[in-house]
Design a protein around this ligand. Structure first.
Ligand code: BDR
Ligand code: CA
Length: 311
């Protein structure tokens, strides 16, 4: 199995991504989960990560708490989407599993230094503060990263938190800039693809029909998460963003994109956090990211539902 570290701010869609990864031990070895402030403050994202690992029946998963605020900007959270707890929807027990003592940034650095070069993939599902801080503190880790597969940014779909910015990049654009310039192979799952991974009524029913604690909780989480987005986008179902990252690792053939140049806007108040993606190759700036634009949505939801059924 491929060794991954999930860097996350759960968040219902982060939670589903974590469950999908933990349900797939033959493909993915989750060597740690690092938490960051994003959808809700750090104490809640860390708590939610613990709740989800326990729901998955994997309380031995190692969880490391990370940065509680972006590098330069004030923290912006998204309770309007995810609810007060960040995980509104299901009622799940208080977690009892421990959080590791080590800071997430030090765990990232130590792991990348100690594991064989090119053997650890990073999966950021929230603002990139932890990853950027690790790269700043220990630039030697960049060439040791196998790949960074992240949810963030947008091109044709422009923005969801401002007219031009996607939430994860908007919250910490300075961190995103460091990550996109670090030289490691990067694959980006932007809104362009996640807005094609829609939780329709039928797909939600399929989660519920698993008739298991995980299936029920996922149905309740995506139900809650949907309320806001369906009204906003007028689509048939709400986008299930973060699980696209894990879906890409499990079945990259379901996704397609282009290797292009992506730069991050960190100056303009109007377009702060915009991912300036050279989709048409109109500049001579060198490509630095595999920018995904499309997925086979039915195949993706079949895979997701099947794997969740294993927990
Ligand atoms: C991203 O923002 C968060 O609210 C979601 O968890 C996802 O990571 C989508 O823009
Ligand atoms: Ca997230």
């Amino acid at each position: 199995p491929r060794k991954i570290i999930i860097d996350t701010d759960p968040g219902q869609d982060d939670a589903v991504a974590i469950l999908l990864a933990l349900a797939s031990p033959e493909d993915l070895d989750v060597i740690g989960i690092t938490t960051v402030a994003g959808n809700v403050p750090l104490d809640l994202t860390t708590r939610n990560a613990r709740i989800i690992c326990e729901l998955a029946g994997k309380p031995q998963t190692r969880i490391f708490a990370g940065c509680d605020r972006p590098l330069a900007n004030e923290l912006v959270t998204a309770e309007h989407v995810h609810g007060k707890t960040g995980l509104d929807g299901p009622v799940l027990p208080d977690p009892t599993m421990p959080v590791e003592d080590q800071h997430a940034v030090d765990f990232l650095i130590d792991t990348l230094r100690n594991e064989p070069e090119g053997s650890v993939t990073l999966c950021p599902l929230g603002p990139l503060t932890n990853i950027a801080t690790a790269l700043q503190k220990a630039p030697d880790i960049a060439p040791r990263i196998a790949e960074i597969v992240l949810m963030g940014g947008a091109y044709f779909e422009v923005g969801n938190i401002t007219p031009t910015a996607e939430f994860n990049i908007f919250v910490d654009p300075h961190a995103a800039e460091i990550v996109f310039k670090c030289g490691a192979p990067i694959t980006v799952l932007p809104l362009d693809v996640t807005h094609k991974a829609l939780v329709t009524k039928q797909r939600n029913d399929a989660f519920r029909a698993l008739n298991s604690p995980v299936g029920t909780a996922v149905a309740q989480m995506t139900d809650f998460f949907e309320r806001f987005d369906i009204a906003k986008y007028g689509s048939e179902g709400a986008p299930l963003h973060d699980p696209c990252v894990i879906g890409y690792l499990l079945a990259p053939h379901m996704f397609s994109g282009r290797h292009i140049n992506v730069e991050i806007e960190t100056q303009s108040p109007l377009t702060m956090g915009m991912t300036v993606a050279d989709w048409w190759g109109v500049t001579d700036r060198p490509p630095n990211a595999n920018f995904i634009g499309d997925l086979e949505a039915d195949q993706f939801f079949d895979l997701l539902t099947d794997r969740l059924g294993r927990l």
